[in-house]
Design a protein around this ligand. Sequence first.
Ligand code: EZ4
Ligand code: CO
Length: 402
Amino acid sequence: MKIVDAKVIITSPGRNFVTLKLTTDSGITGLGDGTLNGRELAVASYLSEHIAPLLIGRDPRRIEDIWQYLYHGAYWRRGPVTMSAISAVDMALWDIKGKSFGAPVHELLGGACRDGVLVYGHANGSDIPDTIAAVQNYLGMGYRAVRAQTGVPGLTGVYGVGRGDLFYEPAAKGWPSEETWSTEKYLNVVPDLFNQLRDTVGPDVHLLHDGHHRMTPNQAAWLGQRLEDARLFWLEDVTPAEHQESFRHVRNHTTTPLAVGEVFNSVHDCSTLISEQLIDYIRTPPARAGGITGARKIAAFAEVYGVKTGFHGATDLSPVAMAAALQVDLTIPNFGIQEYMRHTPETDAVFPHSYHFADGYLHAGTAPGLGVDIDETLAENFPYVPAYLPVNRLEDGTVHPW
Ligand code: EZ4
Ligand code: CO
């Protein structure tokens, strides 16, 4: 089998997605997601200018070899643009392999270790009562795990809040907007949110929260302690993710479970976090880690140290990335949870897929390969629209992680 075409499809059915479509001489095609929020065209160009010509004529069955060729062949290692591009190629190759055997990818990865993939949804509200109502709405839909983010008195435009319920999308059209942030004001409200939430929903619901890289290690330790009685499933991204050492301090001061890694793109970004057991969940998904191949390497490393996975699954990852994540989620022993933000109906129409939600779980379905298609004609109706995540400044104007 040979790859005869490599096409990059950019479409924006509500938000931008970069999709790689590989075609083989046998007629089998494969899809991979190369979307990197706010840097979509950089990955598209990396794929079309630097990778596509190298794939033509190559045997798509040699997935590990192609992964190594693209990773080491660039000389420049890692980085989100490179690794998102490699991720797209790797997913498309697994899709082709699955289709060529007439099997869903998880069957080729050793078969399912579980009956369904536990997912969490995103509830948000402008204040605590609104947020509690939003969580209850998710529970009404059958979710067993819900992330809660609330507005902060004195701040407008807080991460995680206020751009729709099921389809929350933080990137906005046009150049980046700016938001004002105060970690002190944020810390005034979050413990109350979770103490009230736990009282309202009872002991059995999994509650999660995302700090989005904004706290110092001391602030994170303080918050983790205040949340212990609410028994969170996890507290995510407490400190800037590039500082692995910060987690030693946080870990030593709280029993609240910790998750990090949606912005990582390699096992080298989390080697200390995992080998010192400083976190409970690693979030780096196939779309960032170099596809199914890369994500499985991180998961296997984490398994050795008792760290579980909790892959990023925001709407800036396309249904192709979600399908790839589910194939891995099903097959690794140390699966923890999968983030699941619902895509818009427009996105679902462009990317018809076999996975589906029921009773708090996602089910991958039995379609061969990844089980996702792209309607290229429909995709053409949604041209690329520049859109960016906001930039944060503290109240005195200092730039701060968003
Ligand atoms: O803000 O994916 O846990 N989920 C998140 C996401 C991120 C977006 C950034 O593009 O933190 O909502
Ligand atoms: Co996050």
